[in-house]
Design a protein around this ligand. Structure first.
Ligand SMILES: [Zn+2]
Ligand SMILES: [Zn+2]
Length: 123
């Protein structure tokens, strides 16, 4: 693992959030000012391909990266735009049962308001 890749991986692992490539680049640049944006994108894609991180594609949202490589779903908050883990099981089986089709995969796009944004403003 190159030094830069280690740095990128560390940023993803230490963040409680699901960061976009841009946010990861911003963080990486703080610690390694010479890092190129192309290096960050290339490493993110390679790490996702190798299964070290998960690439999350949500319609209408930038691609984000997750340290959690166990398959799980996400929802995004329509107020703050952050992405959160959604623990749902058996969706594939559910679709198969309902349709009688052999489901190979699916993309779920769930929009909610997160707990923080549901709090009354100014409380
Ligand atoms: Zn929110
Ligand atoms: Zn996640």
């Amino acid at each position: 693992m190159t030094k830069q890749r280690k740095l990128i991986h560390q940023i993803i692992c230490l963040s409680p959030m699901h960061l976009s490539a841009e946010e990861i680049y911003f963080e990486a640049k703080k610690q390694c000012p010479s890092i190129a944006v192309g290096t960050v994108y290339r490493n993110l894609n390679l790490m996702a391909e190798e299964g070290q991180i998960t690439k999350i594609e949500t319609a209408g949202q930038p691609v984000r990266f997750d340290k959690n490589v166990i398959p799980h779903e996400h929802f995004f908050c329509t107020d703050c735009g952050r992405l959160f883990d959604l623990d749902l099981k058996g969706i594939k089986e559910f679709i198969s049962e309902q349709t009688g089709m052999d489901v190979e995969g699916y993309t779920l796009s769930v929009r909610c308001r997160c707990a923080e944004c549901r709090l009354p403003k100014g409380a």
